[in-house]
Ligand binder design. Structure first.
Ligand SMILES: [Zn+2]
Length: 999
């Protein structure tokens, strides 16, 4: 709902006002504007005479909209007018009265309203008269107008306009209304009807009137009583209601407007049962914000956000639903606003679509919320009272609000208004690398609060929770990365950022439900028609196509298509719906159900279903009003069920109890790091499956980073093609699932990712680059099986040109290892040795290349001890082509002392491995098939059989072994999961089955 219509010529006004050099600083004396109109209902016509008193030399623009100007007189002389971009410029040479005779026809529905923009949506009809916007020549000037309106109407009409006093005289069988309002206005409105039944009451010295049509007369009392409540609420909060009367006026047009002294609500609107508890309060509050203090549109509309905050939001907060309301505002923002249509609050003038509403109402309400949180309620309201006092009956801007809040708080708030009003966007933040360590019998939990976009200055509420308890703290952050620590007695299980939605910010994937709004706000949407019910959906499909949705046939869709867009799938029998979600059920005559697009969680997939064309048509328009819901069902166009999928509150991360290295290792390590901190390369060797070794690596990385050294991490565990995924993950562009899939971690390495997770989480939280060192698996494997000579030229091009096979001691050590593991054949050892050297040379080359192209960096290289011992594998090969200083630290009880500069023997530390399905799998063209089971397999016990094709875990499609491993990583032992499989029956028929497993 809004204040009087935004003038459609805002841009012209801005141009006019600024070229006239008259942008108001001090408020100017208003223009006197006498307007006499008479209305003929039969012909839908208004005839009028406007008399405007101008100063010598004064320039104004007249906006004429759809009006016909009969004549214009200045100084009693006829003036020839010329129109410029829909407006007429007038210059007065001396003080005089500008007199305009005009007429306008405002036919009901279709004639005028259909073709004209809403601003001209006025109507004169037997049903009633509703004149808003340009129904008289409107003055554009830095000066507001003091109107004197007289309206002649047929007998029996009741009329309302902006007025403290309304009088009617009968002259020549007609009603002549005069409206008295001593204050200047931006514009004036006239509403009248002979169907009104007027109810009156009085409250706190204010006349309250309800102009309702006969049919709705019984609603008047409720509206009057609620109005009293709001006048009291806002009178106490902001100072007395400023006018002598307030009317609730029913309109024949579907409006939700508020003008000084009245609100104009469409018939469809007043009949909605929740309006007296919601929108009415919003419109009453506009009496202060918009109708007492006017909006300086040229500098942005602040009034909607403020009114939304202190009305709609306040009412929800009074029901203890403030956090849910704020979350809904952020869901709207994230659904509708994207890079292409985002703008700063200062550029908001009025709502023109969902996106502008999400900014001008939603984000703005969040901004006032943050202001109130940081200043406290008392100072917040005191500042608003200053603001109202200083700008009564004048236009005011965001700058004036800033001034009032600075005066009220005694604080410099320039940064706040710059960040939230004059710059666009929302912060994107999350707690990373959250872990607890024991501290004197209690726990210290720390997390890195990362702002992934530009850093904002924020007060961020953080909550630590554990079984039966919690601790909340608000943290002030200004940097891209802020390390936060909190002490608690028990060990916390979870850390949540902003559980109550007190910060205007982007939502994490886990907080952002798939809702209809996301479909409507999607930048790219593909529609897949139903194969059986084409006729049922024809109208809906046409409507979607008009909105820019692309039509795609199920058969022609590739996985890449599915991942590239949001999807509308018509019909529950749609093959794509079945492919993505298995069996889908629908209820009601028609329904829409929105889910996350399993191929790309930043998009959604909606299944639209209908039982007949009639059902679909009746429900279709209504669906758009259910933007906040994930699913809605209709019967004969009536909603029968709706709901929104559960999501997390706040950005939540599990807190890992990070096991500690034993004290003596840590002490030793501290001394070592002090000695080696300046080395260009620090090699740290590991046994891949020993968690303690990874903790040593993490300790080295942390220590160097904390000293302020610019470091990168080189990892054997990633192959060079994974570099992009690593970069994107570290930069916060993709989440962990996308990273593991994109880097092909499981296919290329395979050790439990939880062994390496703390290192990568730390790197991401701190923005430390990670370099993929290794050769592509396929090449090493080919060399291992068939030798170097088997490589094709294009494969050779991917490995270093020079392969040094001359290190005999290294060869001998490898031969010893090889003999222990492989059936001994000299020829096979040659291939094995060659593969090992390809591996080493590639990693050495990756290290050298990075350090040569990034001279500011030092590198911590993580690799299996075998690649580092005696400097043979990687270090010697790097040294061959560079002069970088390096050191080698190896871990493990059985490493000879002279194999490295430092040899550590950390005590074993246990970690929590990812749960397993306990199946042996094969993977072929997008199908993951069970080959066999190990002993005691939980999957076999649950009823799965060899030959079953695993299609999904919970709702996530599984098309590779990687997919399955990634999904399991997000579960822990004891979780229950649903595994969807496809089984080929002996008859050859394929059947979809679902099994429940406890991990
Ligand atoms: Zn409003």
């Amino acid at each position: 709902m809004s204040t009087p219509r935004l003038c459609c010529l805002v841009s012209i006004i801005i141009l006019f006002l600024s070229t006239a050099g008259m942008l108001h600083g001090q408020e100017q004396e208003p223009l006197d504007y006498a307007l006499k109109v008479s209305i003929d209902v039969q012909s839908s016509k208004v005839e009028g005479v406007a008399s405007i008193r101008l100063r010598a030399g004064e320039k104004i623009l007249l906006q004429k909209g759809p009006l016909r100007i009969r004549d214009v007189h200045l100084n009693g002389k006829s003036v020839k007018i010329r129109e410029q971009d829909g407006a007429i410029p007038i210059t007065a040479l001396r003080p005089d009265v500008l007199r305009i005779r005009y007429e306008g026809i405002f036919r009901p529905h279709g004639a005028t309203i259909g073709q004209e923009p809403l601003e001209y949506a006025s109507v004169i009809d037997e049903q009633g008269i509703s004149l808003t916007g340009i129904w008289y020549p409107k003055v554009i000037s830095p000066r507001l107008c003091r109107y004197q309106l007289t309206a002649t109407l047929p007998r029996g009409f009741e009329a309302v306009s902006e007025a403290d006093v309304i009088q009617e005289r009968i002259r020549e069988g007609k009603g002549v209304f005069t409206f008295r309002f001593p204050y200047p206005l931006d514009e004036i409105t006239l509403v009248a009807s002979d169907q009104y039944k007027v109810a009156t009451d009085r409250f706190g010295g204010v006349d309250i009137l309800a102009y309702f049509f006969q049919a709705d007369a019984e609603l008047a009392q409720t509206y009057i009583e609620q109005t009293k409540r709001y006048l009291k609420l806002y009178g106490d909060m902001l100072g007395p209601y400023p006018y002598k009367r307030f009317s609730i006026v029913e309109n024949i047009l579907p409006t939700g407007y508020s003008m000084p002294t009245f609100t104009l609500l469409g018939q469809e609107v007043v009949r909605l049962p929740f309006i007296p508890q919601t929108s009415l309060g919003h419109e009453v509050l506009h009496q202060w914000f918009g109708n007492l203090v006017y909006i300086d549109y040229a500098k942005g509309n602040w009034a909607e956000g403020l009114t939304t905050y202190l009305a709609d939001h306040l009412f929800e907060e009074q029901k203890n639903a403030g956090a849910a309301y704020r979350k809904a505002l952020l869901i709207d923002y994230q659904s509708y606003v994207h890079e292409g249509n985002e703008f700063p609050l200062a550029d908001f003038r009025g709502r023109t679509d969902y996106a502008s509403k999400a900014i001008g109402y939603g984000k703005a309400a969040m901004v006032f919320h943050m202001l109130k949180k940081s200043l406290g309620n008392d100072i917040f309201l005191k500042s608003l009272r200053y603001f109202i006092g200083a700008h009564r009956h004048q236009r005011a801007s965001w700058e004036d609000l800033q001034e009032a809040f600075e005066k009220g708080s005694g604080k410099d708030l320039a940064w706040f208004f710059k960040q939230w009003v004059h710059e666009k966007g929302l912060p994107d933040l999350s707690p990373e690398d959250s872990h607890s360590i024991p501290k004197y019998g209690a726990w210290e939990t720390s997390a890195m609060l990362v702002q992934w976009e530009r850093p904002y200055i924020l007060d961020v509420p953080m909550t630590l929770t554990w079984n039966g308890g919690k601790k909340a703290e608000t943290c002030h952050v200004e940097e891209k990365r802020t390390r936060l620590s909190v002490d608690t007695g028990p060990m916390p299980e979870k850390i949540s950022v902003d559980r109550e939605y007190d910060v205007a910010r982007r939502l994490s994937r886990q907080e952002f439900p798939p809702v209809i709004a996301r479909l409507l706000g999607s930048e790219k949407t593909l529609l897949v028609p139903s194969q059986t019910g084409a006729g049922i959906y024809r109208e809906v499909i046409d409507a979607f196509l008009q909105r820019g949705v692309l039509l795609k046939d199920a058969a022609s869709l590739t996985d890449a298509d599915l991942a590239s867009a949001s999807l509308i799938l018509m019909g529950v029998d749609n093959p794509i719906a079945r492919q993505l979600f298995g069996v889908v059920k629908a209820d009601g005559g028609s329904s829409i159900s929105v889910r996350e697009n399993p191929f790309n969680p930043s998009h959604v997939a909606a299944i639209v279903h209908g039982s007949s064309q009639e059902e679909v048509t009746l429900a279709f328009d209504k669906m758009f009003h259910y933007g906040r819901y994930s699913h809605a069902a209709f019967e004969h166009g009536r909603n029968i069920s709706k709901g929104v999928n559960d999501t997390e509150s706040g950005i939540t991360r599990e807190v890992i109890a990070l096991p500690q290295l034993d004290q003596s290792t840590r002490d030793t390590l501290a001394k070592i790091i002090a000695q080696v901190a300046t080395k260009k390369i620090v090699y740290v060797g590991e046994s891949h499956d020993r968690f303690s070794d990874h903790l040593v690596e993490l300790e080295v990385i942390k220590a160097l980073h904390r000293q302020g050294r610019t470091i990168a991490i080189g990892m054997e565990m990633f192959q060079r093609p994974a570099q992009q995924a690593l970069d994107d993950y570290i930069a916060g562009k993709i989440d962990e699932r996308q990273f593991l899939k994109g880097s092909r971690y499981f296919a290329g390495w395979g050790f439990d990712y939880n062994l390496y997770r703390p290192i990568l989480e730390y790197a991401r939280a701190e923005g430390i680059p990670v370099v993929a060192l290794n050769t592509e698996q396929e090449i090493v494997s080919k060399v291992f099986h068939s030798g170097l000579n088997s490589l094709f030229p294009e494969e050779k091009a991917k490995i270093p040109a020079r392969l040094d096979l001359s290190d005999k001691a290294y060869e001998e050590r490898l031969r010893k290892v090889f003999k222990e593991h492989e059936a001994w054949r000299e020829e096979r050892f040659d291939f094995f040795y060659q593969a090992q050297v390809v591996w080493d040379e590639t990693m050495a080359e990756s290290v050298s290349d990075f350090l040569k192209t990034h001279p500011a960096y030092q590198m911590v290289v993580l690799a299996g001890s075998g690649h580092l011992a005696y400097g043979s594998g990687i270090p010697g090969r790097v040294a061959r082509t560079t002069r970088f200083q390096s050191t080698i630290i190896l871990n493990g009880p059985d490493i000879e002392k002279d194999a490295a500069d430092y040899v550590l023997s950390p005590q074993a530390v246990t970690y929590t491995p990812a749960p397993k399905l306990m199946v042996f799998l094969t993977e072929e063209s997008g199908k993951v098939m069970i080959k066999s089971f190990p002993e005691g397999s939980i999957s076999e016990k649950a009823g799965m059989k060899a030959g079953d094709v695993i299609r999904s875990i919970d709702d996530v499609p599984i098309r590779s072994i990687d997919d399955g491993k990634i999904e399991l990583l997000f579960h822990k032992k004891g979780d229950t999961i649903n595994v969807g499989v496809l089984r080929k029956e002996p008859s050859g028929e394929e059947k979809g089955l679902e099994f429940q497993l406890i991990l």
